[in-house]
Design a protein around this ligand. Structure first.
Ligand SMILES: C[S@@+](CC[C@H](N)C(=O)[O-])C[C@H]1O[C@@H](n2cnc3c(N)ncnc32)[C@H](O)[C@@H]1O
Length: 285
């Protein structure tokens, strides 16, 4: 489906790392653990261990936090909207689609990625279950993205998920992505969007080390990897500007203590990763 090579294709290698760490943590399936992921995990292990000891958290510790927060919100949304349809963009080697399709056999859960990753993931999924739907192939910054929304039933609500994605883009592209989700979501009675994001690590003593690591990631992924937001309110305003009616920022420090998503403290909790939940309802537009 995607014409030519996406300028964002160099980001894809990071999905192998995450996929392998989730497998190591026991929250994925060996089918999503690639040799490339294993190699990267070995390479990053000393730095990750050092960060856990001295920074109080690492890239791999945030991988579990963000994955759990998104999963738990997805369970809650499914309880609230039994006909919810899901589109997970930039799915990489995440086990989420497979997990949820197993638990909810009638759930329409489509995954999407750039062509090479979409093909690799489709092959992996089909080894687990020959009836797995094909992973959709599109660049979310191309005109193809609009067509993806046409594949869902406009009678039922749609949830878009992204994980480990949005920090790779500059703010202009991020605004384009949020606006596209909000705009194409107008076809549906309700549109929801769940995503993790890495805020500016301002409250962290070793922020400059985190910034240096992010520069390495930026270089390796040939992307604009950056931290765009310092306060939850800035993210919420950005989502409002993109057309969403409501939004909530979930911070692990409060969320895992309280076990509730009611907590939307407006202060930076010091966490390395947050989760956003934005939504709009058609009837009140
Ligand atoms: C950092 S990985 C995250 C993958 C997975 N969600 C995870 O948490 O491990 C980013 C993913 O985004 C995909 N990606 C990057 N730019 C994209 C674009 N413009 N359109 C679609 N997918 C994209 C990459 O191929 C890669 O699989």
């Amino acid at each position: 489906m995607t014409e030519g090579l996406s300028q964002h294709r160099h980001i894809s290698f990071t999905a192998h790392y995450t996929g392998y760490i989730w497998y190591q943590m026991g929250i994925s399936n060996p089918i999503f653990a690639t040799a490339k992921g294993k190699f990267l995990a070995k390479l990053a292990h000393p730095l990750e261990s050092w960060a856990e000891r001295y920074v109080g958290g690492s890239m791999r510790s945030t991988l579990k936090q963000r994955h759990c927060m998104i999963d738990e919100h997805l369970y809650q949304l499914l309880a609230q909207y039994p006909k919810l349809q899901v589109l997970e963009i930039a799915c990489g080697l995440s086990p989420r689609g497979w997990h949820f399709r197993q638990k909810f056999p009638d759930l329409v859960y489509r995954e999407l990625d750039l062509p090479d990753m979409a093909q690799l993931k489709t092959q992996a999924l089909q080894q687990l279950d020959p009836n797995s739907p094909q992973v959709l192939s599109a660049d979310i910054f191309s005109h193809e993205f609009a067509q993806i929304f046409q594949q869902f039933d406009a009678q039922y609500p749609l949830l878009v998920i992204s994980e480990g994605l949005i920090n790779y883009f500059d703010k202009a592209l991020l605004a384009q992505l949020f606006q596209a989700i909000s705009h194409h979501g107008q076809r549906f009675p309700e549109i929801h969007y769940l995503s993790d994001l890495y805020p500016e690590p301002v409250k962290n003593k070793l922020a400059h080390i985190i910034w240096s690591s992010s520069k390495l990631l930026k270089f390796m992924s040939r992307s604009a990897f950056s931290f765009h937001f310092t306060h939850p309110q800035e993210v919420r305003q950005f989502l409002t500007d993109a057309g969403f009616q409501t939004s909530n920022i979930v911070q692990p420090k409060y969320y895992f203590q309280a076990q509730t998503n009611e907590t939307s403290a407006e202060e930076h909790s010091g966490d390395l990763v947050w989760m956003l939940h934005a939504s709009s309802r058609q009837s009140s537009r």
